[in-house]
Design a binder for this molecule. Structure first.
Ligand SMILES: Cc1cc2nc3c(=O)[nH]c(=O)nc-3n(C[C@H](O)[C@H](O)[C@H](O)COP(=O)(O)OP(=O)(O)OC[C@H]3O[C@@H](n4cnc5c(N)ncnc54)[C@H](O)[C@@H]3O)c2cc1C
Length: 295
């Protein structure tokens, strides 16, 4: 079993932090695949793993069940995500109480996207409107939790402009967030510029780069369109030129090179959006020379 180290102290270590993100599976077959992925990754001892809270806010039980499995069966330091979507403050407090009772000490606090069919996010009666409100709620009621928040190097799609978005990000930090995990990006310069802008307005918390090893050109285009992230021409061309069966190898090579560049320039670590599949993440870790722990 891995010995727990808090995310806050992992972020302060000289060794770059490495973390992996899962999502709550839709059914038992998906759950089995997710846990097999967790098992394959566990010898590499990520500093933490996170598990998302489903869009629309409907994965309370599944997020909790699989977050517990990741912690109790695989020994990971776990950071469940939580969104404000569809929840009153009382419900959010109940969920946070459940997290605390289950032994979690970290939470990724998010507003969440508007539910399907709705264009604008609207808090439910008695609910919260912004990620910063959730951070404040957690800080007030669970002061020992390590709190992560989302950051958008290419601006949150709804934000009027990048500087307004940064001011809103700063509000989340001032409400008590400990670190930022970024939305996916494929060009490291985008991250470096974002970190500089954060520093310029006084955000000094660690900014953990979130990286997606793409599996195919179609997937890369879909994700970029969803998050309004830029797909660099070179990556697009490399994916186009590869056979379908080789596109994931292009994606993992790109991510591995991104990681080397990021760490080389002082990023505190890297967070891999593994999408419950092991191959790309394992390939990346092997190419980086990360060794399996001897148990
Ligand atoms: C690392 C990461 C993990 C994620 N995990 C999940 C997940 O598990 N489940 C899920 O459903 N989604 C997840 N998302 C997506 C996220 O929920 C969406 O991007 C959502 O639209 C914004 O959430 P937020 O917490 O960043 O919002 P906020 O920080 O509240 O920002 C949302 C928008 O409101 C603006 N804003 C913020 N505060 C104010 C204010 N006081 N006044 C006016 N405008 C303001 C911001 O500029 C931004 O445009 C994740 C995103 C990231 C980057």
């Amino acid at each position: 079993m891995q010995k727990f180290t808090s995310i806050a102290s992992s972020l302060k270590k000289e060794k770059p932090l490495f973390s992996v993100e899962f999502f709550p599976p839709k059914d038992d077959a998906g759950g089995k695949r997710m846990l097999e992925t967790a098992k394959a990754i566990s010898p590499y001892q990520p500093d933490f793993v996170s598990i998302t809270y489903g869009a629309g806010g409907g994965t309370r039980e599944t997020t909790m069940r699989y977050a517990s499995a990741l912690q109790n069966d695989y020994g990971f330091e776990v950071m469940p995500h939580l969104t404000c979507v569809g929840h009153t403050v009382d419900e959010l407090l109940e969920i946070l109480e459940d997290f605390a009772k289950a032994g979690f000490r970290n939470v990724m606090a998010l507003r969440g996207d508007p539910p399907k069919g709705e264009k604008v996010f609207q808090a439910v009666a008695g609910g919260l409107s912004y990620g910063s409100d959730l951070v404040a709620l957690i800080k007030e009621n669970f002061p020992d939790f390590v709190i992560g928040v989302g950051g958008y190097p290419e601006k949150h799609p709804e934000a009027i402009d990048a500087s307004t978005d940064l001011i809103n990000l700063k509000t989340k930090i001032e409400a008590g967030a400990d670190f930022i995990t970024t939305q996916l990006f494929f060009d490291n310069q985008v991250y470096f510029d974002f970190v500089k802008s954060c520093h310029d307005i006084g955000i000094t918390t660690p900014v953990l780069p979130g990286l997606l090893p793409v599996l195919s050109l179609g997937q890369a285009q879909r994700f970029c369109s969803m998050c309004k992230a830029t797909l660099p021409l070179l990556l697009e061309k490399e994916l186009e030129n590869a056979d379908e069966s080789n596109q994931s190898a292009v994606g993992s090579k790109w991510t591995a090179e991104q990681i080397l560049g990021l760490i080389g320039e002082g990023a505190p670590g890297y967070h891999i959006y593994a999408l419950n599949k092991p191959q790309s993440t394992l390939k990346i870790l092997e190419s980086l020379g990360i060794e399996k722990a001897v148990v």
